[in-house]
Ligand binder design. Structure first.
Ligand SMILES: [Zn+2]
Length: 268
């Protein structure tokens, strides 16, 4: 039975007592409004004892499905499910203000969909992805973050005396500058461009896209490894070259390497 049919069946029977008896007033007061009101009505209806309580979800289903057109003749189940979800999701969002996470509020001009997509498709281990995730969300306890929530008196870096932000830790502090310079020139080689076009913000807001996918994958691979290395506080740039060579060796053992990063990592 279609959703509309279900609704008429569900509503037809219990609606009688509301109209015909004095019970109506009892259920109208108490500030019931919209969806929630009708849902509560369903659970408190005079016929509640005649309805199995664990079928209340069917009433909710029927209420929601009134906003959704019945499946078309040649519409697949998957397409119908997606349309149902999109409609209900849009309705839910329309009733309340969207609360964005902190980094999105701080950088509203960034294409965040692209950032999340890049983080998702990066061909690196889950461990590296998790570290990059915390860097993008800026949830690492840098002195700048700690000072903002009053857990530290100053936001300055212990090592160099500049403001200790996530960007500072990744690309500026101590050997970070040398490591970033090297990574930047390697990425520039992959992209066949000038190193000045490789921006340091890509480490915390990777909102770029390159063609072909293997080149894109190689840039993501380079950034993810640099961020992981920096946030482990492994210090010298000599170790970094060694770390990259080992990581590349592992990649070259994998069968899907040609699909994911091609030969772009050969210059490491
Ligand atoms: Zn520093």
């Amino acid at each position: 039975m279609g959703p509309l049919g279900l609704r008429s069946t569900m509503q037809g029977t219990p609606s009688m007592p509301y109209v015909c008896t004095k019970q109506k007033g009892r259920y109208d007061d108490g500030g019931m409004d919209g969806d929630m009101g009708s849902r509560r009505e369903a659970t408190k209806s005079p016929n509640a004892n005649r309805t199995f309580q664990h079928f209340v979800y069917l009433y909710t289903y029927a209420t929601d499905m009134t906003y959704i057109m019945s499946p078309e003749q040649n519409e697949s189940l998957r397409a119908f499910r997606k349309r149902t979800y999109t409609t209900l999701h849009t309705m839910a969002l329309a009733t309340k203000e969207i609360r964005h996470i902190r980094v999105i509020k701080l950088h509203p001009d960034t294409q965040w969909n692209r950032v999340w997509h890049n983080l998702h498709v990066a061909w690196v281990s889950e461990e590296l992805k998790a570290v990059w995730y915390t860097a993008i969300h800026d949830t690492i306890p840098t002195h700048d973050r700690l000072a903002k929530i009053r857990l530290r008196a100053s936001n300055l870096c212990n090592l160099c005396g500049r403001a200790d932000t996530i960007q500072h830790r990744l690309t500026e502090c101590t050997d970070g500058a040398a490591i970033w310079k090297k990574t930047r020139s390697q990425i520039a080689t992959i992209l066949c461009t000038d190193p000045a076009n490789v921006r340091p913000e890509w480490t915390v807001r990777p909102c770029f896209q390159f063609w072909p996918p293997q080149r894109h994958g190689a840039v993501l691979w380079m950034l993810a490894h640099m961020i992981y290395y920096r946030l482990q506080r492994l210090v010298t740039s000599d170790d970094y070259a060694d770390f990259l060579r080992r990581a590349r060796w592992k990649v070259y053992q994998k069968a899907r390497r040609q699909d994911k990063v091609g030969d772009y990592l050969c210059m490491l």
